[in-house]
Design a protein around this ligand. Structure first.
Ligand code: CTP
Length: 455
């Protein structure tokens, strides 16, 4: 019996897929079809697959050509499968000519002529209108955002809004975008969605206006400085049937999701403590170091450092306490946030002029999870137990700087494919805004001059 094996994503199943499977089957007697997992596709940079894996498998099954359907979830698997299933022929469409020649040492490799003029990418593009995005603010995060947006299809960065910039917004060597400096409304008219990356204190107003104008909003954190502001924004979004997402990259990063799931799986027992630290020695001239009102370590990093606690221990903390070190200008350069829950504690450490080990430790009754820096772009974490010799290492795939995952989820949500809401819920974002509110109160009441640390 001649066994044939082929692989694909088979998203938005189309004629090209059908014909490929038909001809693959004709190459032998028994056809094995590998369907990629979402995770594997994300890792390969295909971050906007529409159909769930179950639907994609079902569509392959319905053709009647596959004798066996398997899941493809990692690099190197093709060699394993060819050996494991004893495949005689590996086949794939001619768009891959050459790529899989390395498999010739294991079996015959056949590239089948690709069906012209059709692909999942084309269907995705025609099924969903391209989302025109405007960027509010032109700070240093913006070129990084634009670079990563290129990995997500269905999105077009159209213009920027910065009232202080009269020229076009130039980024990189050859690129620029039209900038609107006179009227925010005029800017909003050009776009379907906005990414708000302006100074912290302006987020709320920009987000509110954009939602009122029927635009979808991806907003850098914090979207609001109080619980009430955050509640208001999320209810505007709900009422106007628009997407509001806070740009907490970590929440959307696949490895972080995996870490949370391992923590919740019971492996380390009951979770009793979550300690996260994120520090960066920021330039003395930077906004973080010079803006006593809206710069500082808490506003810079706490949406990352509080996230693991909120995700794992919940929104209903019993008390919050801040230990804040200020510099002579009143900027909080190091802030520790302690949360107390019924049966657990959490500590979030943030620094812009103090350097520490940027790790995340989740302590449980059976063991602990340690994610080293940069845990916020989760590439590695370890599970440790009482026995120091027993360590389980996880190395999830992570690509680029992490923006692509949040941008992709934003696009999916706008397109009505909302399988991502759980990654950062409105309730969680509102709970975090509540902590920001407490922090701002604390900062305003504290006598700053006694606590100088930075020269
Ligand atoms: N295929 C084909 N003819 C097409 C499209 C795809 O023969 N017009 C083949 C591919 O070469 C591959 C299989 O179908 O062997 C599954 O391809 P997949 O990547 O899932 O489909 P695409 O439409 O190419 O997807 P995308 O646009 O997302 O790359």
């Amino acid at each position: 019996m001649k066994k044939v094996i082929t692989y694909g994503t088979f998203d938005l199943f189309h004629e090209g897929h059908y014909k490929l499977l038909q001809r693959a089957k004709e190459l032998g007697d028994y056809l094995i079809v590998g369907v990629t997992t979402e995770h594997f596709d994300e890792a390969r940079g295909k971050v906007n697959v529409v159909d769930s894996i179950m639907d994609r498998i079902e569509n392959v099954r319905r053709t009647g050509f596959a004798d066996e359907i398997i899941i493809e979830d990692h690099d190197g698997q093709k060699i394993e499968d060819i050996q494991k299933y004893g495949a005689d022929i590996f086949t794939v469409g001619s768009d891959w000519v050459g790529t899989f020649d390395y498999l010739k040492q294991f079996c015959e490799v056949v590239y089948l002529e690709r069906t012209p003029d059709i692909s999942s990418t084309m269907i995705r593009k025609s099924k969903f209108k391209i989302i025109n995005v405007g960027i509010v603010g032109t700070g240093r995060i913006v070129p990084r955002f634009i670079a990563e947006a290129k990995y997500v299809s269905g999105i077009n960065i159209r213009c920027t809004y910065n009232p202080e910039l009269k020229e076009k917004y130039a980024f990189g060597n050859r690129h620029d975008l039209p900038n609107y400096s006179d009227s925010y409304e005029e800017f909003l008219e050009q776009v379907d969605a906005v990414y708000i990356a302006s100074p912290n204190e302006t987020h709320y107003e920009y987000a509110k206006k954009a939602l009122e104008h029927g635009k979808n909003v991806l907003c850098e954190k914090p979207a609001g400085f109080t619980r009430a502001e955050a509640e208001q924004l999320y209810s505007y979004a709900r009422e106007n049937n628009r997407v509001l997402m806070e740009a907490v990259k970590t929440a959307y990063c696949p490895g972080f999701g995996q870490l949370l799931n391992v923590a919740k799986s019971g492996k380390i027992g009951e979770i009793r403590d979550v300690e996260a630290c994120f520090t960066r020695l920021a330039n003395k001239e930077s906004r973080e170091r010079t803006d006593a009102s809206y710069g500082g370590s808490f506003l810079e990093f706490s949406s990352y450092t509080l996230l693991p606690a909120i995700k794992l221990l919940g929104n209903d903390y019993k008390s919050v306490h801040f230990d804040i070190l200020y510099d002579e200008t009143g900027v909080d350069v190091y802030t520790k946030v302690s949360l107390k829950y019924d049966n657990a504690t959490a500590l979030a450490k943030n620094g812009v002029a103090v350097k520490s080990e940027g790790q995340l430790v989740i302590a449980g009754t059976n063991g602990y999870i340690l994610a080293p820096s940069p845990w916020w772009l989760t590439r590695r974490f370890e599970v440790h137990y009482e026995d120091p010799g027993k360590v389980e290492v996880y190395e999830p795939i992570f690509q680029g700087e992490g923006f692509r995952y949040e941008i992709s989820d934003f696009v999916s949500k706008i397109n009505g494919i909302d399988r991502h809401g759980y990654k950062l819920t409105a309730e969680e974002a509102i709970a975090m805004a509540g902590i920001t509110e407490e922090f701002m109160k604390e900062k305003n009441k504290e006598e700053r001059t006694h606590n100088n640390v930075a020269g």
